[in-house]
Design a protein around this ligand. Sequence first.
Ligand SMILES: [Zn+2]
Length: 311
Amino acid sequence: MGRVIVVVDMEGAAGIGHVKECFPWCPEYHKHGVVQLADDVNATVRGLRTGGIEDIFVCDWHYMGQNLSESKLEPHAKLLEVGLVEDLKKFLEGGYDGVVLLCFHAMAGTPNGFVSHTMIPFLKVRVNGQPVGEAALIGWLFGTYDIPTVMVTGDEVSVQQAEKFLPGVSVVAVKKAKNREVAQCFPTEEVRQRIEETAMATAQRLGQYQVHRAQEPVLMEVAFRTPNEADLAAAIPKTKRTSPRVVAYRSEKYLEAYKFLMVVYDLILYSWFGEAMQKLTATDEGKRIFGEWSHQIIEQWMREPQSLWYE
Ligand SMILES: [Zn+2]
């Protein structure tokens, strides 16, 4: 019985002790990171399954969402193709009985949190005046659909933060951060055993967890790396620039504030791609690739059947 969705980040995986293991441009990610991640997911899936959950969905939420492959996962896990960013509505209307936030990390600005951040590097988020991280943001998001967050794993500080915002949630701390780059992992086998047992116990108690909701109306504030980035966000309707690096958004409903945050996320990410693009096109290979792409776009444009409007 029951449907559970496991939202999987990466920084808070058991056995991942260095930031290099979290990103695909580092060999350590391929050699070690993705293996650890899949093992955490599998321990969770086995636990949920033993605890009686029939439908287990997995959402790959880290970086570009290509960190897990179904062939490496327990057969009962269904890897979702849509993410929390791309298709929110479809995602939230899955009719889940609970959400597990697996391998999460502490919020931006936490010095003793392993790879602490909120959504994108440098960004900081406050809700109703209180700094918050991803666990709270996503927990409240599911809360708007009456779905309780039932379990969280991550480093010690990250699970403490999660418990503060999502009271009553079951947690497993898998490591202790030495600093933002390095963590002391607890013995991996033991920790995975704990993840599996906690997932099982959570499944058995499903239905007894409380739904977590942000207090409404909501004041969502975002602080940016630079005033230029804040300029981009300040162009969104209904926003208020409260300082050179801070943009605020007020809404009656949390879901609307979360959607504002998603637009901010896209804007900043695209501005970063712009930065990367400048670097790329400064190289011969980059120029060639960009030239080829531009050529294709122009070709497509020239061949488009002409009409005065799109219906
Ligand atoms: Zn991540």
